[in-house]
Design a protein around this ligand. Structure first.
Ligand SMILES: C[S@@+](CC[C@H](N)C(=O)[O-])C[C@H]1O[C@@H](n2cnc3c(N)ncnc32)[C@H](O)[C@@H]1O
Length: 231
C-alpha cells in the first residue's frame, strides 16, 4: 500500500522504463557525482541514493562513500550489491543523523528535495551543515522550479530516450506510470517546487554560501542544481 513517496520508491514502481534506462540513469548520475569529487581523499555522502547501481564507480574516486536511502527494501538491495566494496556503506536516514560533525567533504542529494516537506528540508539541511567539514560542499540537484510540469518532465524523458535508443520503452513506460500509484501519490503528496531565488535563500538561511550550477544532473535540464559551501 503506497502511503507516501518513500513507500512509493520502496515498491516495484515503473519510473525506470527499461533495463537500459535504469542502467543509463544511474551511470549518468554516477558520472555527475564523480565530476564533483576533487580529491581521492574525499569522504562523500549520497543522500537519497536510490538504487545507486554504479556507486562502485564513484567509490573508485574517493576515500569513502556513504549511501543513504530511506526506503528499506531499496537500502537492503544497495547494501547487498556493495557488500564486498569496503569503501561503501549503506545507511538509513536515522544513521545519517548520528554521523560525526565535520566529517564529510561532499554531500550530494539528487532528486530528493522535491519529496521533503519544508520542515524536513530545514532539518536535513541543518544536519548536512553539521556533518560537512568547514569549506565542505553540498550539491542538491533536480530541483523543480515553480513552472515545471509533468508534460515537460515527460518530454525531457522522451528526448533522452530517443537519443539513447529506448523511445518505445519510454512511451510504454509513461503510459504505465499514468495508470500506476505514481499519479495517485503525486496528486496526494505533490512535489516541493522552488524558484532559484527561493532555493538560494533557503541554503543561505541554513548557513551555506550557495550558487546555482550551470547544469543540472542527468537529462532534465529544465530542473536546477545548486552548490552550497559550508561557510
Ligand atoms: C527520485 S529517487 C532519486 C534516487 C537517486 N538519487 C537518483 O539520482 O536517481 C529519490 C530517493 O530518495 C529516497 N528518499 C526520500 N526521502 C528520503 C530521506 N528523507 N532520506 C533518505 N532517502 C530518502 C527515496 O526512497 C528514493 O529512493
Amino acid at each position: 500500500m503506497v502511503r507516501d513517496w518513500v513507500s512509493f520508491w520502496d515498491t516495484g514502481h515503473p519510473i525506470y522504463v527499461s533495463a537500459r534506462h535504469f542502467d543509463l540513469h544511474y551511470r549518468t548520475t554516477a558520472d555527475d557525482i564523480i565530476a564533483l569529487i576533487r580529491s581521492p581523499a574525499a569522504h562523500v555522502l549520497d543522500h537519497g541514493c536510490g538504487e545507486a547501481l554504479h556507486a562502485d564507480k564513484i567509490a573508485a574516486h574517493c576515500a569513502s562513500l556513504l549511501l543513504c536511502e530511506a526506503a528499506p527494501t531499496v537500502r537492503a538491495r544497495v547494501a547487498e550489491r556493495f557488500r564486498h566494496e569496503p569503501k561503501i556503506r549503506a545507511l538509513s536516514a536515522e544513521e545519517v543523523e548520528n554521523l560525526p560533525s565535520n566529517s564529510l567533504d561532499l554531500v550530494v542529494a539528487n532528486s530528493l528535495l522535491q519529496y521533503l516537506k519544508r520542515d524536513e528540508l530545514d532539518a536535513i539541511l541543518a544536519n548536512w551543515h553539521r556533518i560537512l567539514k568547514p569549506g565542505g560542499r553540498l550539491v542538491v540537484a533536480d530541483i523543480i522550479g515553480p513552472r515545471q510540469s509533468a508534460p515537460k518532465d515527460a518530454l525531457a524523458l522522451l528526448v533522452f530516450a530517443a537519443k539513447n535508443g529506448f523511445l518505445i520503452a519510454a512511451l510504454l513506460g509513461l503510459v504505465r506510470t499514468v495508470f500506476s500509484d505514481y499519479g495517485q501519490i503525486r496528486a496526494k503528496c505533490g512535489f516541493a517546487q522552488y524558484s532559484e531565488e527561493e532555493m538560494l535563500g533557503i541554503l543561505r538561511g541554513a548557513g551555506f554560501r550557495p550558487r546555482r550550477l550551470a547544469r543540472n544532473f542527468g537529462h532534465n535540464q529544465q530542473r536546477m542544481a545548486f552548490e552550497a559551501i559550508k561557510a
